[in-house]
Ligand binder design. Structure first.
Ligand code: PLP
Length: 334
């Protein structure tokens, strides 16, 4: 096979940003990219460990980590080699097929989340897509299986409870769960049925969860609201209230999962088994990936063949053995 050469212009841009200054790149940015993020603060051309460099050659200590994404820092050699060797071996295969790496990654997630037998994984491409899948999972909950029997003829519930201050993503289902009015209002009407209750208030939670509730969505630590942990005991109270009502307890660990708090899941020491957990961000260390873990056979059977999917869900690559807990890999510098 012929050696494929990288376009020289692209190589130069990737490695140095080319001859173009940061200001020139920003001018090209505003002419070519949709303005949903406002003006970027810097044009970054390279990273190594916890350092990044901008198009004007300035070095920065990266304390943001891609908003909880770069759990192993930038350009970690192991992550780079895993992704490039997998791409050189077998990239996308479509959902008509599977691959050993997709299966191994699902098993790894079930293992680190201590999921019981019968638990399953759905792969997505982002956090909001993982939440979107969880939203659809909730919409299939009839509550009928709370006593261990599944009644497929019962009507699925539509009431979903989320917290004030919650951020769960920007697609329409996830946005319905997100509390901030400024994000929601321009896109009304959002999918119906979501009720936001006061943050961390167990009594409000107990009063809200009833026999019509499909699910309660919680972030163990709210990120967008200012790194706000749920009070001690709240998750346990949520587990009790949802179990009693036949509602699902769905934990959004897109921001807090994969070692962010020193354990695989921030909810890991809460002493509960949720019905579902969403992951993304640190899961790929920069490679776009999200996941929904469904706990136990009953919850895992709520979505059946044909009820959900995404093209790239089959492109899931080998789990890096170096996964966190660890937040920064520092490059050795002379
Ligand atoms: C808790 C939580 N859920 C969902 C999302 C959405 O993830 P993404 O931006 O990958 O769509 C975020 C993003 O910040 C988040 O913090």
């Amino acid at each position: 096979m012929n050696q494929i050469e990288t376009a020289p212009e692209l190589t130069e841009i990737v490695e140095t940003g080319g001859q173009t200054t940061g200001a020139q790149w920003l001018s090209r940015y505003s002419s070519s990219l949709l303005g949903v993020f406002g003006t970027p603060q810097r044009v970054l051309v390279r990273g190594a460990g916890c350092l990044v460099w901008d198009a004007d050659g300035k070095e920065y200590l990266d304390l943001l980590g891609g908003i909880a994404v770069n759990a192993l820092g930038h350009a970690h050699p192991f992550v780079t080699s895993v992704i490039s060797s997998q791409l050189a071996t077998l990239g996308h295969v479509s959902n008509f097929f599977t691959s050993p790496t997709q299966i191994a990654l699902a098993e790894k997630l079930l293992d680190i989340s201590k999921a019981p037998a019968g638990s399953k994984v759905f792969f997505a491409n982002s956090g909001t897509e993982a939440v979107e899948a969880a939203f659809k999972l909730a919409r299939r909950n009839t509550g009928a299986s709370a006593d261990g029997t599944t009644d497929n003829t019962a009507t699925p519930r539509t009431k979903i409870i989320a917290l004030e201050g919650a951020f769960h993503g920007r697609t329409m289902g996830a946005l319905a769960l997100t509390a901030k009015e400024a994000y929601r209002a321009p896109f009304a009407p959002l999918p119906a049925g979501v009720v936001h209750i006061p943050f961390g208030d167990v009594d409000a939670l107990r009063a809200a969860v009833d026999e019509t509730t499909a699910a309660v969505f919680l972030e163990p630590i709210q990120g967008e609201a200012g790194v706000r942990p749920l009070p001690a005991g709240y998750l346990k109270a949520a587990r009790e209230a949802t179990s009693a009502a036949g509602a699902l307890l769905i934990l959004d660990e897109v921001q807090t999962g994969i070692g962010r708090t020193g354990q695989w899941l921030a909810s890991g020491d809460a002493g509960i088994v949720p019905d579902a957990v969403t992951l993304a961000k640190g899961l790929g260390g920069g490679f776009p990936i999200g996941a929904l873990i469904t706990f136990g056979p009953e919850t895992s059977s709520l979505l059946s063949a044909g009820q959900h999917g995404t093209t790239l869900a089959a492109t899931r690559w080998r789990p890096p053995r170096l996964w966190p807990p660890c937040t920064c890999w520092r490059t050795s510098r002379s």
